[in-house]
Design a protein around this ligand. Structure first.
Ligand SMILES: N[C@@H](CCC(=O)N[C@@H](CS)C(=O)NCC(=O)O)C(=O)O
Length: 209
């Protein structure tokens, strides 16, 4: 069985991605929750199980996979449902997940994931507005093109998992999206796995990190 090492559910958006993917697809795994160190860096603490000192980190027997996108691809080798069955939808989903993995800096920095909090931003910077508009356009494209409830069709796949933290961020900061995108956000927030993650997140001790 897979072992998934993660950090605080309230804050760790990278941890959420493979966690929700495994949960949503009903793939069994054992969760190893390690809170961030209270000092600045968790490197020394996380280095005990992750070569980069970062989470998420997946362990499967002798094999260690230490990055969210690599984890999704590794799980997909055994579980094809990680990505859409259709080649065009799969290419789109992989591109969109990779875009999140390598981009959206303003969204990730200004709107850090903090599931338990509801607040308002003082201002939306042009960089943040740019990221919000790009996410909105991307979700609208997927929902329209593949015609399902999920971003790349009628099934929850890894692309939904990669944007799951944006649903929590939209809720925390009251970010404004188009009606179609907001429907996806609402669907995500109602998903039993998201509800389970949030229920744990709000009970965690709140720390600086
Ligand atoms: N590119 C990595 C990013 C991993 C990452 O930055 N993880 C954060 C937690 S969300 C971390 O471990 N931070 C350690 C620290 O804050 O010291 C991935 O996709 O897995």
């Amino acid at each position: 069985m897979y072992t998934l090492w993660i950090a605080n559910k309230n804050y760790s958006s990278w941890s959420l991605r493979p966690w929700i993917l495994l949960k949503a697809l009903n793939i069994p795994f054992s969760e190893q929750l390690n809170f961030f160190a209270s000092d600045k860096s968790s490197y020394d603490k996380f280095k005990a199980f992750s070569p980069t000192g970062l989470v998420p980190c997946l362990v499967d027997g002798d094999i260690t996979i230490w990055d969210s996108l690599a984890i999704a691809e590794y799980i997909a080798e055994e579980h094809a449902q990680v990505w859409p069955a259709d080649k065009i939808a799969r290419a789109w989903a992989r591109s969109a997940a990779a875009e999140m993995h390598s981009g959206f800096t303003a969204l990730r920095q200004v709107c850090a994931m903090n599931c338990a909090v509801r607040t308002e931003l003082d201002a939306i910077t042009p960089e943040l507005q740019h990221d919000i508009e790009r996410v909105d356009a991307l979700w609208t494209e997927g929902l329209t093109k593949f015609g399902g409830e999920w971003l790349a069709g009628d099934k929850f796949t890894a692309v939904d998992a990669f944007y799951a933290p944006v649903a929590f961020r939209a809720q925390t900061y009251g970010l404004k999206f188009s009606a179609m995108s907001q429907d996806w956000i609402d669907r995500m927030l109602r998903h039993p796995a998201m509800v389970e993650w949030l229920a744990s997140a709000v009970k965690e001790p709140k720390t600086a990190h």
